[in-house]
Design a protein around this ligand. Structure first.
Ligand SMILES: Nc1nc2c(ncn2[C@@H]2O[C@H](COP(=O)(O)OP(=O)(O)O)[C@@H](O)[C@H]2O)c(=O)[nH]1
Ligand SMILES: [Mg+2]
Length: 597
């Protein structure tokens, strides 16, 4: 299914044509009928000769209602540009064409209306004039069809041209990320809040939980609700895909809370942003450059927002030129790179230009930002980014690099791996205490080759083979009863298993005594605590009492601490070595830990 919007100057015959094509008068309001003027959006259902169906959105042509026009063309697939042959190209013919172009609508048919009153030469002139104006635009080369809806001329030709156009126009893609920009909201008798809009990017179904995001009446940002029912073209449907005009009956959201410009999405799928970086194309017709700072109206989706604009880079953007801008919105809007927008000057009411959103969460200051659509840039600027966050920021689903959770810039990942590898190596058998690491480094260190995580510590050496039960039991015994546990031979631990335990750093032998690595860590911590009380030094007796150990165990333990640099021997006492754990004396170093990055 496609959605097609009309475009063109006021009174050129857009609404009359919609009625002739569909049988539906798009001018819904009494005031519109009384004045013969389209003020707001109108909607109709079009059935084409091939059987193809499309939704038609009729927009107002009057410059005063341009904001309504903009609300209608946000998510359309194609345009029906209407130019009255009797009047020729007019200001809103031009402005609407430029807007379609900036919004990326490059599929269209031109209807040259009111031709019945003209002789063949005048018609030919009108056609040439229209084609001249289309040249170089996104609608260059579009079919130009002569019609007169009142005289009943050419309407079938126009249907065929639309059929032909839509056959070659891609439909809105299903990216599993539905978003409906609300253009109408009302209360249906007996069913509560109903909103309508053009659905893009995904499918919505009855029973779906949805979130309505918008400024709301009193600063509300989000409201949760559930879809009670959906309709498209007046028919109830259990589910509706992208590229349709849809009416949603939303339970749980009072209708007073929803206004045009709000978005209906699935909860949690969107980054709701107030600052975006965007590419800006300035219209060639503008008589002044877009300067570094200024106040403008932003049109995106079906909404209109006052925005502050900051040109990125040192230069203003000249008419006909391109640049990048940072836009500051007053409220959060669910946007994604690739979304199109229009910028108008608040004071003069003139369209300045528009373009494509490039970044929905700029992290670099405006002076250094170089936005583009690359997902790699988004990753590089952050270093680490969670898979879900990256999807919300870019729409792209990437395979994680670390712990099934993070996507990491390659250079950053290499550097962090090296840093963690070094930290683990330096920490020796004591290992790196995982609780001192942020969750990224904790995940990373656990995945480093040759590093084993045990008892909350990352230790160099991998436990490649499963331990035999006797070795496992002995290790537990050694851990739980360090001063009573037997030696490995008495415990029935084989040579192979013992070698593996030593290689992995799980156990340490010193002067014939065996220790679990956790016991050595406890001893190191005990020494640090004693030195904190008395920096003068720790005696063998003091450590023995502190640990509740025997002299037989304390002497080899201290020898081990001396050997690994935790302590140094000075006469009868031990003083702080370079690797004394934190909690020691100010002069004692703490084991190397990576800094925050
Ligand atoms: N003779 C003639 N009059 C037309 C034609 N199309 C529209 N009109 C008249 O032009 C006026 C404006 O038409 P409307 O559809 O409201 O224009 P819109 O502002 O572009 O929607 C109305 O009085 C129509 O009856 C046409 O093809 N032939
Ligand atoms: Mg109209």
């Amino acid at each position: 299914m496609h959605v097609v919007a009309t475009a063109g100057h006021v009174d050129h015959g857009k609404s009359t044509l919609v009625l002739a094509l569909t049988g539906t008068d798009p001018d819904r309001w009494a005031e519109e009928k009384a004045r013969g003027l389209t003020i707001d959006l109108g909607f109709a259902h079009l059935r084409l000769p091939s059987g193809r169906e499309a939704a038609l959105v009729d927009v107002p042509g009057h410059v005063r209602f341009l904001r309504n026009m903009l609300a209608g063309v946000g998510a359309v697939d194609a345009a029906l540009l209407v130019v009255a042959a009797t009047e020729g190209w007019k200001p809103q013919s031009e402005e609407h064409l430029r807007i379609l172009e900036l919004l990326g609508v490059d599929a269209g048919v031109v209807a040259l209306t009111k031709v019945a009153a003209l002789d063949p030469d005048s018609r030919a002139l009108a056609r040439m004039d229209a084609e001249d104006h289309l040249e170089g635009s996104s609608l260059a080369g579009a079919d130009v069809v002569e019609v007169d809806a009142v005289a009943g001329l050419g309407v079938d030709d126009l249907r065929r041209a639309l059929d032909h156009l839509l056959a070659a126009t891609p439909v809105s893609a299903d990216r599993g990320r539905p978003r409906l920009w609300v253009d109408r909201c009302f209360v249906a008798r007996g069913s509560g809040t109903v909103v309508t809009g053009t659905l893009a990017g995904g499918t919505l179904a009855e029973g779906d939980e949805v979130e309505v995001i918008g400024p709301g009446p009193a600063g509300r940002r989000r409201a949760r609700g559930r879809l009670r029912g959906l309709q498209t073209h007046g028919r109830p449907e259990p589910a509706v895909g992208p590229g349709h005009r849809v009416a949603l009956n939303i339970g749980g959201v009072p209708h007073g809370e929803v206004v045009r410009g709000d978005a209906v999405v699935r909860p949690g799928q969107w980054h709701v942003t107030r600052t975006v970086d965007a590419a800006l194309s300035v219209l060639a017709s503008l008589d002044h450059p877009v300067s570094r700072r200024g106040a403008y109206q932003l049109y995106v989706g079906s909404g209109e927002y006052p925005v502050r604009v900051r040109v990125l880079g040192p230069e203003a953007v000249e008419p006909g030129g391109q640049g990048c801008v940072r836009l500051h919105l007053p409220v959060g809007v669910p946007l994604l790179p690739g979304d199109r927008y229009i910028l108008r000057e608040s004071g003069r009411g003139e369209t300045v230009g528009g373009g494509t959103v490039l970044d929905v969460e700029p992290v670099l200051p405006a002076g250094r930002a170089r936005p583009c659509l690359s997902t790699d840039r988004v990753v590089a600027e952050r270093g680490w980014v969670e898979v879900g966050a990256l999807e919300r920021l870019t729409g792209e689903v990437r395979a994680p690099d670390v712990a099934g959770r993070w996507v990491v810039d390659p250079a950053r990942l290499a550097a962090d791996r090296e840093e963690m590898g070094r930290a683990v190596a330096v920490a020796g058998t004591a290992g790196v205490d995982l609780s001192t690491l942020d969750d990224r480094r904790r995940a990373l260190v656990g995945e480093l080759p040759g590093v084993t995580v045990r008892d909350g510590r990352a230790v160099a050496g991998g436990t490649a083979v499963a331990l035999p039960p006797a070795a496992r039991a002995w290790l537990d015994d050694l851990t739980d009863r360090p001063w009573e546990a037997p030696g490995p031979a008495a415990a029935g631990v084989g040579r192979e298993a013992l070698r593996s335990l030593v290689r992995d750093g799980a156990v340490v032998e010193r002067d014939g005594a065996w220790f679990a690595s956790t016991t050595v860590e406890r001893a190191a911590a005990a020494v640090a605590a004693l030195l904190a009380r008395d920096p003068g030094g720790v005696t063998v007796a003091a450590l023995r009492d502190e640990l509740g150990a025997s002299r037989k165990h304390v002497l080899p333990l201290l020898a081990q601490l001396d050997a690994t640099g935790v302590t140094r021997r000075r006469g009868d006492v031990r003083i702080a070595g370079p690797r004394l754990p934190a909690g020691g004396t100010p002069s004692g170093g703490s084991p190397a830990q990576p800094g925050e990055g």
